[in-house]
Design a protein around this ligand. Structure first.
Ligand SMILES: NC(=O)c1ccc[n+]([C@@H]2O[C@H](COP(=O)([O-])OP(=O)(O)OC[C@H]3O[C@@H](n4cnc5c(N)ncnc54)[C@H](OP(=O)(O)O)[C@@H]3O)[C@@H](O)[C@H]2O)c1
Length: 275
């Protein structure tokens, strides 16, 4: 299972979240994930673990060319020159030749410099510092503005997305434009949603775990989830969900768990500012 963007960029069905995977324990966890077959790693300047992720990729017994490393530009560095320096610093921290996917972490629309940040990502791609560029937490209005002002459409948008917040309209919007949807906190941090009766029922029908059911729901919707786990067994469990096929009815029943106030935290990208 893979997902493909408007420009042909193709990504695997499931990637690894790395928030809070830091230091030597983090290197071990990311190496375990690579050994299990993960080929897409999420990271961010603000997670302070680009070094951890880069070291794991350099140490792992895998071909560098088969691994996609992601990082993200923090809100405090949206000014063009600062953004470019930050991207250079991200690459240096990984110790890799380049970063495969680089995203604007949040639009920070109150500060209002996300178009400038996007221009810096376009320049970084032209300079070979990064291979593909995208965004995170962008609403349709932010996506439209960066494309109108630069002529460049992001390959993906990484957004909060789980059964309590299924983002039906935004996923459809991305699909129409060939923008890959990546899901952050895809299992809602493994909390209440795992105990939902509908999830348990579908899990039992397929002989899989509730978390695999939720991840298979993402995959069935054409969404690329980024579950984080530090544990090799749970990493394998999560990756195996890419091969589970749910019925359209099962997908709809999980989507129906959604609610307007389903965000995990009060982080509405229309007003939220992340630095
Ligand atoms: N762009 C953004 O603004 C943004 C915001 C938030 C997150 N993210 C990205 O999205 C990634 C994922 O989100 P997240 O870390 O917030 O939450 P998540 O992936 O929804 O949940 C992670 C939690 O679930 C547990 N877990 C994972 N697999 C499990 C399994 N099979 N069984 C039981 N428990 C399991 C993990 O514990 P163990 O580690 O102990 O297994 C961890 O506590 C992040 O790591 C980060 O890369 C991006």
């Amino acid at each position: 299972m893979t997902v493909t963007a408007h420009d042909g960029t193709t990504l695997p069905g499931i990637g690894l979240g790395t928030y809070r995977l830091n230091g030597a324990d983090g290197v071990r966890a990311v190496r375990d994930a690579l050994a299990s077959g993960y080929t897409l790693l999420d990271s961010a300047f603000n997670y302070e673990n680009e070094g951890t992720v880069g070291r794991a990729v350099r140490e792992a017994d895998v071909d560098r060319a088969t691994v996609l490393v992601t990082s993200k530009l923090p809100g405090r560095h949206h000014a063009y020159d600062a953004a470019l320096r930050t991207i250079e610093e991200s690459v240096y921290r990984t110790g890799l030749d380049a970063i495969d996917l680089y995203l604007v972490h949040w639009p920070n629309p109150v500060t209002g410099r996300y178009v400038e940040a996007w221009r810096a990502l376009v320049a970084a791609r032209e300079a070979g510092l990064v291979r593909h560029i995208g965004v995170s937490n962008f609403l349709p209005e932010h996506l439209e503005r960066i494309e109108a002002e630069t002529g460049v459409r992001p390959v993906l948008n990484q957004i909060e997305l789980h059964p309590y917040f299924p983002q039906v309209d935004q996923v459809a919007y991305h699909r129409e434009r060939g923008i890959i949807t990546e899901a952050w906190s895809p299992i809602a941090r493994g909390n209440d949603v795992v105990g939902e009766p509908v999830v348990a029922e579908i899990a039992a029908a397929h002989g899989i775990s509730p978390i695999q059911t939720i991840l298979a729901w993402h995959v069935a919707r054409g969404v690329l989830p980024l579950p984080k786990s530090a544990d090799p067994g749970r990493q394998r469990e999560n990756l195996a969900a890419a091969d589970v096929v749910l019925t359209a009815d099962e997908v709809d029943r999980i989507t129906a768990l959604g609610r307007p106030d389903g965000r995990m935290k009060n982080q509405d990208p229309a007003v939220y500012e992340e630095f």
